[in-house]
Design a protein around this ligand. Structure first.
Ligand SMILES: Nc1ncnc2c1ncn2[C@@H]1O[C@H](COP(=O)(O)OP(=O)(O)OP(=O)(O)O)[C@@H](O)[C@H]1O
Ligand SMILES: N[C@@H](CCO)C(=O)O
Length: 326
């Protein structure tokens, strides 16, 4: 269980009192997730989720929590942070910054088909449309600057082949980020980690509806195309080989475009951004694997998965439109 910081019942009750949520019935650490300490809190007001932020500080958290509040107010299925009587949404528990958000219904759709991908594509585009008037900005803290800072420490730990791939792709992405084409990409506040385990569906099998998107703690101001590429690399992938499944990827992009059509520059750079999205998670998984933090019980994700995805995206660039003149 990835609970880095234990929380006592007394500490949980003190926060419930401040939020007017009544008596604590049960406090249970959540096993999934590797970044923060998460707890289900059952109390008089029902079930809420308590998150203790392990690496994010009060400088960054207003952006994440403000983004969740902004999207929830626009009717997107995002957990809204619970305010206290003064309207504060950021607290301190066990010496860590903490927030309480409403608990989403439903469960993960871990074997998504085109139907689920379409819903995800539409919701992602709605999120991108909704942030047009979101006033806060913050860099993507897992973006190029972080890759450049992290890769040198990883290279000596890898095989010669993997190290060459990592260094080469970082050089490519560095050049891309400085290009005029990249500067044309529309940008705004993006989720940046919208994997299938960060979305909830509910409903009868085969007719499940997307009813929740959560875990905004890697959000940042970046290109919308990067967000789309992260989703494609997770929702539309053959997990064994890393290949994109054309039917699912096309469904996701077409649904996205039914809300927010991609620009010509976005179409052109999608293959490069699919590589960027693979690189981002390869680096973070390598970092978690070789340089883990202390946790009561932590299961880091397999880094070789995203190494395969990156190799595949480099070998077989995927375009949403086969004929770019269409
Ligand atoms: N608002 C919520 N409603 C319902 N369940 C939630 C909510 N927030 C988190 N969870 C549950 O907690 C689990 C872990 O949360 P999350 O994925 O945010 O972990 P994390 O450590 O913060 O991030 P990461 O997934 O990036 O490692 C989720 O898989 C989900 O089951
Ligand atoms: N979604 C990430 C973990 C949390 O950022 C991954 O699968 O590596």
């Amino acid at each position: 269980m990835a609970v880095y910081t234990p929380v006592s019942e007394q500490q949980a009750q003190a926060l419930l009192d401040r939020l007017g949520l009544g008596q604590l019935h049960q406090l249970s650490g959540i096993g999934a997730g590797i970044e923060n300490s998460n707890f289900f809190v059952d109390c008089t007001a029902g079930r809420v989720v308590l998150t203790l932020f392990e690496r994010l500080g009060p400088d960054q958290l207003p952006f994440y929590l403000g983004l969740m509040q902004h999207l929830a107010r626009k009717g997107l299925p995002v957990p809204a942070p619970r305010p206290d009587a003064q309207g504060d949404i950021l607290f301190e528990v066990a010496g860590k910054p903490a927030a309480v958000v409403s608990c989403l219904r439903g469960g993960h759709q871990l074997s998504p088909n085109t139907f689920h991908c379409e819903q995800l594509g539409r919701t992602l585009a709605q999120m991108h449309e909704a942030v047009v008037d979101f006033p806060l900005t913050q860099p993507n803290l897992r973006g190029l600057t972080w890759w450049q800072a992290t890769v040198p420490a990883l290279l000596p730990l890898l095989s010669a082949e993997a190290a060459t791939l990592l260094a080469d792709e970082l050089a490519f992405q560095t050049e891309l980020a400085a290009s005029p084409a990249f500067a044309q990409l529309p940008r705004g506040a993006i989720h940046a980690d919208l994997f299938r385990d960060n979305a909830m569906f509910e409903g009868l099998p085969g007719r499940e509806r997307l009813c929740g998107v959560f875990d905004f703690y890697f959000a940042g101001t970046d290109t919308f195309l990067f967000d789309l590429a992260v989703c494609l690399n997770d929702w539309a992938i053959d997990l064994a080989t890393g290949r994109l499944i054309d039917e699912r990827a096309t469904a996701l992009v077409q649904a996205y475009e039914s809300v927010r059509p991609l620009t010509a520059a976005e179409h052109r750079l999608l293959p490069a951004l699919l590589r960027a999205a693979a690189l981002r998670f390869w680096i973070s998984r390598l970092n978690d694997w070789y340089r883990p933090r202390d946790a009561q019980l932590l299961k880091p994700h397999d880094p070789t998965h995203f190494e395969r995805v990156l190799v595949e995206r480099r070998a077989n660039p995927w375009h949403a439109l086969k004929d770019l003149s269409q």
